[in-house]
Design a protein around this ligand. Sequence first.
Ligand code: SF4
Length: 195
Amino acid sequence: MRPVKYNIHPKEAKLADSLIVSEMPDGYTGEGFFATKLSDVVGLARKNSIWPMPFATSCCGIEFMATMASHYDLARFGSERVGFSPRQCDLLMVMGTIAKKMGPVLRQVYIQMAEPRWVMAVGACASTGGIFDTYSVLQGIDQIIPVDVYVPGCAPRPEAILDGVMRIQDIVQNESIRRRNTDHYKALLNSYGIE
Ligand code: SF4
């Protein structure tokens, strides 16, 4: 009979090697205290807990699957909680060709997301229509919803998608918590016919 070996002497994990500590926001420090802006603390928390909502319609979605898997591991950025209910997500990732018939559906999903929400157009199709310069394909999702980051490529490699997520993180971290109440932001939404 083959002997069963139990791993009863596991190697001691070196936590220091596997933990990534977020950078401290700008502020004032002294003995026993650290003071900073509320906006910076909120930005830091939001940046490291983005919940993506994948809207994948074709091949770029496959690259996203690879991005979520163990090798590229989007969880390292605090974004492993992928949601398929728009109301609980804050990053809409549009990946794939969007037919004009699909446009109203995508717009509806965006409207259902609570503020603050961000949008990433992943790949040439979502950004510009890509190779499908045809009557039936939307020539870029920014014709119907505002986009924060565009990821180029057909298809973009997972590294490019990760880079896009990091660009989103930069935006999230540095965004004022008041931005969503500004006239400028309301005017942006109004320009898309969104109240
Ligand atoms: S950009 Fe290229 S890979 Fe991505 S959905 Fe379009 S055709 Fe497919």
